[in-house]
Design a protein around this ligand. Sequence first.
Ligand code: LLP
Length: 423
Amino acid sequence: MHHFSYQNHVLFAEDCNLKEIAKQVGTPFYCYSSATFAHHVDVLNDALSATKPLICYAVKANSNQAVLSLLAKKGCGADIVSQGELMRALAAGIPANKIVFSGVGKTDEEIAFALSKDILCFNIESEPELDRINAVALDNDKKAHVSFRINPDVDAKTINRKIATGKKENKFGVDYDAALGLYQRADKMDGIIVSGIDMHIGSQITDFSSFDEAMGRLVDLAKQIIASGIALKHIDFGGGIGIPYHHDVSPPPTPKEFGVLMEKHMQGLDLDVLIEPGRLIAGNAGILVTEAIFHKQGDGKSFLIVDAAMNDLIRPTLYEAHHDIIPVDEPQDEEMMHNVDIVGPICESGDYLGENRSLPKVGRGDLIAVLTAGAYGAVQSGTYNTRPLVPEVMVHGDQFHVIRPRQEVEKIIALDSVPDWLK
Ligand code: LLP
């Protein structure tokens, strides 16, 4: 569910006309609905009311300060993967005791910084990392609360292998069979307080049998760990819940179905529950609005060249991900639909936002919206072809606020420095 809809034949974000926003900020731009963000947190809390998890929002999905501040106000914690994300989460008012630190390559500096902030937990991904966290904690007179990310060796059946993380051959988590031994080692370390167990098997998971299997394996292991005399405080089922991207494909299972699975697996296990959703909260809360530059008729193919490109939204190029694309002016029934590729101006054939799409005749100056771009959109953008980062706008009812302005090309150039010997 989201708050982007046609009103009087023009696409609105909540009560804001996207054409008006485009006039003021220019194109392309990301537009987020604050109501959709808030709604998604409410839907999750309602769907998971039986286990009442702490929602540690995966900051990587969309880390704008406005987004994080909104989620902090909704009571969310954070799942972070770098010192930068930790600083962002804290700056937005997410309390340190609701923050878990994931990631396979935490540096000593990052570990020390997180320890100094007293975060809830480090999600450890390997034995060498356990040793480093223990050493850094001892050096800093601290004790690190830790959880091990278990690799359950389950196929998450995601849309693309690049976002699957729960199989043995992936770099993530500790080996299932070695985990108990690691817990026993960690429990004896002076710089470590063992507090949890976690998993994250992949992203955009739409076949919940993978969750079912992985949760079952994680819970079995938790029970063995507890039986061996180690006191666990929490279990963290990670993120990965899939969302609808494609109006023509049947929607994925609902958060309620995820809640039913969690409730089933938590029977008889008295632990606090955490989850780390990113996409579910941010995905449908954002769109990318772009303007048509040219319509180009190729030999047997038609291209709509727009002012947004793969540097602004890389998901189609990187994962062959599908995003629905609609015109900002509502298509009228009688209009002829055309088959087009929606492409950007970048000098690569992989620079497309959508292939073989049916759109009404859209011409120069018309606006189109790439939907479900709130997660892994702006955060994965770059300045390839010296294209400045595009603005992000957040809507609240009939008001909007530029939550990140368009980058200036002069500032990008000014980052470079020419050595004296070249002058
Ligand atoms: N927890 C951990 C440890 C993660 O690595 C991730 C995402 C999440 C939680 C949140 O997963 P979500 O609920 O958003 O599926 N750039 C890719 C997605 C990469 C996901 C990386 N990890 C994309 O655009 O599809």
